[in-house]
Each structure stands twice: as C-alpha cells, then as structure tokens.
Design a protein around this ligand. Structure first.
Ligand SMILES: Nc1ncnc2c1ncn2[C@@H]1O[C@H](COP(=O)(O)OP(=O)(O)OP(=O)(O)O)[C@@H](O)[C@H]1O
Length: 608
C-alpha cells in the first residue's frame, strides 16, 4: 500500500475547492457559450420528447391489437414511430455537433488560461515542480475537464428523459408510478456513497499519471547524459515502479467505477421484478389495459437507464471535478515574487545595493544572511567562489526571479519591490552559462528581445560582437538554422549569438554566467572582444570562469557560504595571498599561458 501511494501527495500549491465554488468557476467558462448551450438544451428536449413518444405509440398499437382496430391505425402508428425515430436522430445530431463545439471551446480557453498561468509563475515554481507535472495539468487534466462538460449535457438530457417518462407513467397508473419512484432514493443514496470514493481514486490516478509524465520529461531532457554514462538500464528501472504505480492506481480507479454500475443495475433489476409482478397481476385482473401494460414495461426500462446513469454520473463527474480542481490550483497558485508598487523604472542607471538581505530557497535554510553589497552604476563586478557559494543566487535576486525574506534590494536607490516588473526585467540582460537558443535562424535568435528590430540592426549587432567574422563561418550566415536548443551551433557560437542578442536588447544591467566549457582560442578572443563591446557602459555582474575576465573587471568579489570574504582587483587580491588566491589556484591559474603543471600554488602576485 505504501508503495502504491508514494509520491501522490498534493503539490505545494494544490488546494481543495468546495463543490459550489468549483461549479461556479466551471460555469464561468461556459457562460460565454450561453447561446449555443441554449440550442443544445433545446435539442436535448426535442430528443427526449421524440424518444418518449415511441413507447407511447407502441402502447396505442398494442391496445389497437387487443381491441381489433389495428388495421385502421396500424400504418399511422408505424409511420409515427418511424418519424419519431428519424427526428430523434436529427435532433441528436445537431445536439452532438454543438455540444462538441462548446466543449472544445471551453477546453481551448481553459488550456490557454493554464498555459498563461504557467508562464506567469516565478522561477522558484519551476524549481519546485517537475516540468512533466506541469505539462500533465495543462494537457490531460484540461481534457478530463472536458468530461465534466460532456457529462453535464448528458445529465440535462437524462433528467429531461426521466421527467417525460415520469409524466407518462403517472398518466397511465398513479399507483405503479409511485411504486417506481420509491426506488429513486435508494439509487441516489448509493450514488452519493460512491461519490467520495470516486473522487479520491480519481485524484490519485491523475497524480500518478503526472508522475509518469514528469519522469518521462526528465529522462528525455537528460537522455544524452544517460546514454553517455550507459545508464539506460537505471533510467528504465526508475521508470518501472512509477509506471507500475500508475497502473495500480488506475486499476483501483477502474475497480471503483466498475462497481457502481453493477450495484445500481442490481437494485434497479430487483425493483423491475417487483413492478413486473404487480403490473402483470393488474393486467390479468383487468385493472390495466394491455397497452398500458406495454407502456409501463417500456417506461420502466426507459426510466431506469437515465436514473442509473444520473447516479453513476456523480462519480464520473468527480473525475472532471478533480481535474478542474488541479487546473484551477495551477491557475490560482499565489506568486512568491510580490511587488508592492508598480513604478515605471524608466531608463536605469544600474546602481545595485543589497541592504541586509536574507534569502533561502527554503526560508529555513538561508543561503544569504544579512548580506550587503553595493555595485555602482556602470561598474563591472566579477563574482568568484567555490561551487555553492551563492554566486548564481545573487544574480537570481537581481533578476527578481526569487523573493528574498528580509532586507532590501535597491536599484538606483529604489526598492526593487516597487518597480513594475516587466519594465524592469526588460532592462536586465541575463545570460546563462549555456545560452538557450530557440528553434529558428541565428537572426531570429538575435532579434528575440526586440522582434521589430530590422535586418540591419541584427547585422550590426552580430558584426559588433567579435568583429563579426564568426557569422561568415556559419553555413548560411545569419540565416543558419540553429536546430533544437541551438544544437546545430558550437558552444562558442551559441555564446556569440547570446552576446549579439544582448546588444539588441540594450539592457542597463547585465548578469552574465560565464560558460565553463572551453572554446578554441579564436572563439575565446571573439567572445572576449564581444564582451568588451556588450558590457561597455552597463552595470555588469559576471559569474566569472575565465581568467581574462577576472583580470579586467573593476572589482572581484569573493563569496563563501553566502558571505563576501574578500573584494578588490585582481592584482591587489593576488598580492594579498588570501581567499582569492585559493580560488584563483583552483579555478583560474591553469588558464594562464605561463602556467606549468606541478609548479605548486601561488600565494603571491606574478603568476599571470
Ligand atoms: N533552486 C534551488 N533550490 C534550492 N537550493 C538551491 C537552489 N539553487 C541553489 N541552491 C542552493 O543555494 C546555495 C547557493 O547556490 P548557488 O547556485 O548560488 O551557488 P553558486 O556559487 O552559483 O555555485 P556554482 O558555481 O556551482 O553555480 C547552494 O547551497 C545550493 O545548493
């Protein structure tokens, strides 16, 4: 049992809505479709009425046979049944056509809303939620939501059908009709009992499916690494229990669902036996005509089917409700990054000041404690330190991807929390270690931050980076297709594209995580030249991995466990022989042309 339910807990942002709120929310999606829904409702009435006419005409026929007048009314009865059947088919066709359109439109809107909400989420959301689980909510859960709408239409149709048949039954025999209605509370009671069970099992099935999706997504993302280390078997072994769990949980759900119909049919079957017995006796004793008896038998079977499906409907309805609950929870997930005001940032000068900032990805484990740092406008600062020191964390706070718990972060002396985020972020040029390129051409990628940039602007930006020679080396110049994630370009070329992209963006602040992958000396020189152009006149925070960068920046900040342990320029720090020297020996010294392996650590200047 433990294994079966492992990992099926709610996400942090999941919440339980009460049925009324949930229904109100769902209905808000249907409201714009009111016109079409009225048409569907009209068709449902006509379908139900035309279907109810058939047994009625049948009973007239049976009575006519009994009293010998069938020769006169036979063809009318037959024609009437035929016409009712044909009309019912036509009405049903129009109904299905329109209800599919309503459902399709509602799912389209819901999926758009869910995707929009996903795009709005803070970066912390993506750290905490595997992307496969998000995909699952946007795709399969919105599909399940569609079942609510289909079932709602079915429910209306079934209720009407029951209404018509009940009226017919009462018209023929009040006693028998009342007897039939007696079973209703039993069927409804059973349905309510199943309701809870169905919702729980459905929620689990949906969560297990999203675990499968998450696992697949992660595997596909890291397939190159897995293959490189020949870990296919391990990947498969990890997938198996998750897939197995989904199988078990879905099986249970199927079991719950498959129990309800047999139980309901048993109850209705027993009730029918009782009614047949009583009605039969009444017909034999002459209290009921043969036609009434026929109508009654037809009516009872017509009556039970909708009633049992209405009862079962509730459990199926839960499936849709659980799905919509998951989608709405995704849409309603509260943002972590909260702005207190909406001030237009204007063109930033780029002064950045951390004032007693405390931040932890998880508030109980701070990465930065009472952190203070001032970066002047136009200054180029290199962050260095061992892995996990907090370099990327600082840049994530500047880009406002994460909310810090205490202190203030001032941009041009204004609290970052008061700035309008869109306008602010547009002035931040963030370059990750492995620049991400979207499918399309090199030019498309350079133009990405400003789609209206002219071809000339793109060309100028590309030419400004590293003299532009790298563009000539591409098979189709700027029109070269970069492939998925830029795989058709070398790492160095991707970095050059990212730099040209920055020029088009023209940010006031650049946050650059330098690539660790080494590139050939020519590309290295082009990147260096490109950096000089791109960083000129902007405030730049570089998570430095290249010797040439640390040698040229205005200030180096050495971080250790989220604290600044040393700062200054390269030569001064090297001469001091402190923590910087240690970091330098570990990460940078081997890049020096004067470096000879096995020469020991430098503790004084003069190595570079
Ligand atoms: N998304 C995250 N969720 C939880 N903890 C994180 C997250 N990102 C980083 N951390 C933790 O925060 C601390 C600082 O990480 P950070 O990425 O800032 O270090 P770094 O100096 O940039 O390291 P590196 O040079 O390896 O990139 C580390 O202990 C790390 O485990």
């Amino acid at each position: 049992m433990g294994f079966i339910m492992d990992g099926l807990d709610a996400e942090d942002y999941d919440r339980t809505y009460n049925d009324r709120d949930l229904l109100r929310r769902i209905l808000s999606y249907f409201r714009p479709k009111l016109g079409r829904m009225f048409l569907v409702a009209g068709m449902i009435v006509l379908v139900s009425a035309s279907q109810a006419v058939i047994p009625l005409l049948g009973s007239v026929g049976v009575d006519a046979i009994a009293d010998g007048t069938i020769g006169e009314v036979g063809w009318q009865v037959t024609g009437g049944i035929l016409a009712a059947g044909a009309l019912s088919w036509v009405f049903n066709f129009v109904r299905q056509l329109n209800s599919s359109k309503v459902t399709g439109d509602v799912v389209l809107k819901l999926r758009e809303d869910a995707f929009d909400a996903v795009l709005e989420r803070d970066l912390s959301f993506y750290d905490e939620t595997p992307s496969g689980k998000i995909v699952s909510r946007v795709t399969s859960d919105t599909d399940d939501f569609a079942t609510v709408s289909t079932l709602t239409m079915d429910l209306i149709s079934q209720v009407l059908m029951v209404g018509f048949v009940t009226v017919l039954l009462f018209m023929r025999s009040v006693e028998l009709a009342l007897l039939t209605l007696l079973v209703v509370p039993i069927v409804v009671g059973l349905a309510l009992l199943f309701r809870r069970l169905a919702r729980i099992s459905t929620r689990r099935a949906q969560r297990s499916l999203s675990r499968v999706n998450a696992n697949l997504q992660e595997t596909m993302g890291g397939i190159a690494v897995a293959k490189n280390f020949r870990q296919e078997r391990q990947v498969y072994d990890e997938f198996r229990p998750i897939n197995r769990q989904s199988y078990e949980v879905t099986l249970r759900q199927g079991f719950v669902f498959s129990t309800i119909f047999p139980v309901l049919f048993l109850v209705s079957g027993l009730a029918t036996v009782g009614l047949v017995q009583m009605g039969g006796s009444a017909a034999l004793s002459g209290g009921l005509s043969a036609g009434d008896w026929f109508l009654f038998l037809q009516g009872v079977s017509l009556f039970w089917f909708p009633l049992t499906s209405i009862a079962a409907f509730w459990s199926q309805f839960q499936q849709g409700l659980a799905a919509s609950e998951r989608v709405f929870a995704l849409i309603d997930a509260p943002p972590r990054v909260v702005q207190t005001d909406d001030l237009r940032p204007g063109r930033l000068a780029g002064r950045i000041e951390f004032e007693g900032v405390t931040f932890g990805y998880d508030a109980d484990h701070p990465v930065l404690r009472d952190f203070a740092l001032l970066i002047e406008a136009g200054e180029t600062v290199a962050l260095v330190g061992h892995t996990g020191a907090g370099k990327s964390t600082l840049s994530k706070l500047i880009t406002r991807f994460y909310e810090f718990q205490e202190g203030r972060l001032l941009i041009d002396d204004r609290d970052i929390r008061t700035l309008e985020l869109g306008g602010y972020r547009r002035q931040i040029g963030a370059v990750p270690q492995a620049p991400f390129l979207f499918s399309g051409t090199v030019a498309d990628n350079i133009r990405y931050p400003r789609p209206d940039a002219s071809d000339e602007d793109v060309l100028t930006a590309a030419a400004a980076v590293g003299g532009g020679d790298w563009v000539d080396a591409l098979p189709n110049g700027l029109a070269t297709d970069v492939g998925e994630h830029g795989r058709a370009l070398s790492m160095g070329q991707r970095q050059l594209v990212a730099l040209a992209r920055l020029l088009i963006q023209d940010p006031a602040i650049v946050v650059l995580d330098e690539a660790t992958a080494s590139v050939d000396p020519l590309t290295e020189a082009q990147i260096q030249e490109g950096l000089d152009v791109v960083l000129a006149g902007r405030t730049s925070i570089v998570i430095a991995h290249r010797l040439s960068t640390i040698e040229h920046v205005d200030r180096i900040i050495v971080l250790d466990h989220g604290r600044i342990v040393e700062e200054g320029d390269h030569a001064t720090l090297l001469a001091r022989g402190g923590r910087y020297c240690e970091v330098y020996n570990t990460y940078f010294r081997h890049q020096s042309p004067n470096y000879r392996a096995g020469t020991g650590f430098v503790t004084v200047a003069g190595d570079s």
